[in-house]
Design a protein around this ligand. Structure first.
Ligand code: GUN
Length: 313
């Protein structure tokens, strides 16, 4: 039986409408959460992501501001931008879109964000809160992975979870969230021996490597839930054929655009997995939904009020 396809767009929409209801309730109390997005320079992918974030704010009723320092902005100029946002009461969330230009000291910039406004959850203080199970701001994409699992009623407690990828943004926080949800967690990376064998242990397999279609069927235990965090653009026709031969819908997109999006999971995995997130339409939409959630959470935490709980499906 082919895998159950987990509809991230639908789950994200559900979360966005819950957040919108919360924003409406806050408006009645005279509070409007505000998000500032800092986009340095003209990275085309970043521009698309930021547009999506600003549009989502409008949709759920969050005030948003986009700041666009030039490519040439220095570390100290960016620190001054952040310092100003840290001080402004109207701003509850600050997101610095990555990657920053090479000459900028990214770690220094991220460290300068007030942890209470750090809606990306990248500040070491929020990393520490997550690892010690204290309330804080959790990175959006890993938080979205957990929401997909929980809202799809995929059991986590006591299960074997394998995370492939150890990035600070996805792999490590995803592993931490799974540990906190009582999974038995293994984190794999480029030096892991016999990666397919380790992955085959997983009841829940999270792929966050950044390599197109790397997770093939021999990595997957039959019936496992596979969460694909990868977003890779395929432009090479031979590579396209390797992944999508016979998929008429994909062939049409590829012909029209000259590229198509693929995750870290090979499409053939749908024949062995029990459940699978598609790309696009899986984890991606959750990232923005959780950013909206974090902005409301930050607005509430800064005011010392109850942190909103997302309702469980
Ligand atoms: N660039 C790619 N993903 C992300 C993310 O989750 N947050 C930020 N700030 N930048 C990104």
């Amino acid at each position: 039986m082919p895998a159950l396809i987990l509809d991230g767009t639908k789950i994200a929409q559900q979360i966005r409408s819950e957040v919108a209801a919360e924003v409406k309730a806050m408006a009645a109390a005279g509070i409007r959460p505000g998000l500032a997005v800092v986009l340095v320079g003209h990275n085309p992918a970043s521009e698309i992501y930021v547009r999506g974030k600003v549009k989502a704010c409008e949709e759920v009723g969050i005030y948003s501001e986009k700041l666009t320092p030039p490519d040439s902005a220095s570390t100290s100029e960016l620190l001054a931008v952040i310092d100003d946002l840290n001080r402004r009461d109207q701003i509850d969330g600050i997101l610095v879109q990555l990657p920053l230009p090479r000459h900028v000291d990214s770690k220094k910039v991220l460290l300068s964000v007030d942890p209470a406004k750090d809606v990306d959850g990248f500040h070491p203080m929020n990393v520490g809160f997550l690892s010690t199970q204290r309330p804080g701001l959790v990175p959006c994409t890993p938080a979205g992975v957990l929401e997909i699992l929980q809202r799809s009623n995929i059991p986590i407690s006591g299960r074997e979870a394998v995370v492939v990828g150890r990035s600070d943004i996805v792999g490590k926080p995803a592993a931490m969230l799974l540990i906190n949800a009582n999974a038995t967690v293994t984190v794999c990376h480029s030096k892991t021996h016999d990666l397919p064998a380790v992955c085959r242990r997983a009841d829940i397999l999270v792929a966050a490597i950044g390599r197109a279609g790397m997770i093939t069927r021999d990595f997957v235990k039959p019936g496992a839930a596979v969460i694909d965090v990868g977003m890779n653009s395929v432009t090479n026709p031979a590579e396209f054929q390797r992944f999508f031969a016979g998929n008429t819908k994909r062939e049409e997109t590829f012909r029209k655009r000259g590229s198509t999006l693929i995750g870290d999971v090979h499409p053939e995995v749908a024949q062995v997995a029990g459940a699978l997130t598609p790309v696009p339409g899986g984890v991606g939409p959750l990232t923005i939904a959780m950013l909206m959630f974090n902005t409301v959470k930050a607005a509430k935490m800064r005011r010392g009020s109850r942190v909103p709980e997302l309702s469980r499906a």
